[in-house]
Write a protein that binds this ligand. Sequence first.
Ligand code: C2E
Ligand code: MG
Ligand code: MG
Ligand code: MG
Length: 275
Amino acid sequence: AAKNQGRNAWRYFTPALQIAAEHRSRTSSDLREALVRDQFHLVYQPIVELATGRIRKAEALIRWQHPQRGFISPAEFIPLAEETRLIREIGGWVFERAVEQVAAWQAAYGADFQISVNKSPLQFKGDEDWVGYLVGLGLSGHSIVVEITEGLLLDADEQVSNKLLAFRDAGIQVAIDDFGTGYSSLSYLKKFDIDYLKIDQSFVRNLAPDSSDLVLCEAIVTMAHRLGMQVIAEGVETREQRDLLSAAGCDFAQGYWFAKPLSVADFETMLAKVG
Ligand code: C2E
Ligand code: MG
Ligand code: MG
Ligand code: MG
């Protein structure tokens, strides 16, 4: 019977792998077209200052509306864009849209409004002049927060370090995304000038009084503040999570409790209501 099962498993295994490979190669050629055919757009998730309840920042998140397959999640296509190196062009597109949007929102809501943008490690390998693009539009570096992951800093070479230094000189802030999930080393926090730690949603999901997750959140906040950083909690879905994070001294939060990622129009409607 075992042999039979094995043979059956093999029979189903091979086509599944093949289908997955075909799916990936189709997706990557579709990705190439998506840029030209304008199938990407950005949505913006409010980031709320916990002490005041005000929205002073937004995270830009990419969306892909595929003409046949409908909505495809960035969790699916960003890794593929990284493998195929298309991430540089896509990332450039994201950055330019976000910068244009922050210019518009600063004009409406004040010069301290910020948009944060996710950047993959590969985007630090090119020679795009992000600082120049901002300055060219007459914006201050403070308009943009760049979200990076711990992995980038762990194998940071000269090119990465220089980009981060250029950010600092221009006033562009840096956030560590998904903090606490990547690597156990904290030594990079001494080496680089980081402005925000974003507590990953896996620490927020089961947050409860007396939970180990609460201890971890409190420890992250204490460490961050003592090192001169601020903390943004991700994936806040309930009032209780918000209250616990607020009591723990967390500075900012984002999540479905406040708002899902929104279109520009919906974001503006929300800001008009809550400020
Ligand atoms: P991320 O940067 O950690 O973004 C947070 C993700 O959590 C987003 O998923 C957001 O929609 C989702 N989220 C927000 N609030 C909640 C909540 O309360 N509960 C839950 N369960 N989820 C929440 P999204 O938009 O699907 O993006 C997934 C990931 O794709 C992002 O994770 C980021 O790593 C990547 N990504 C998105 N846009 C870009 C981009 O423009 N460039 C790059 N390089 N990566 C991007
Ligand atoms: Mg992010
Ligand atoms: Mg995150
Ligand atoms: Mg992430």
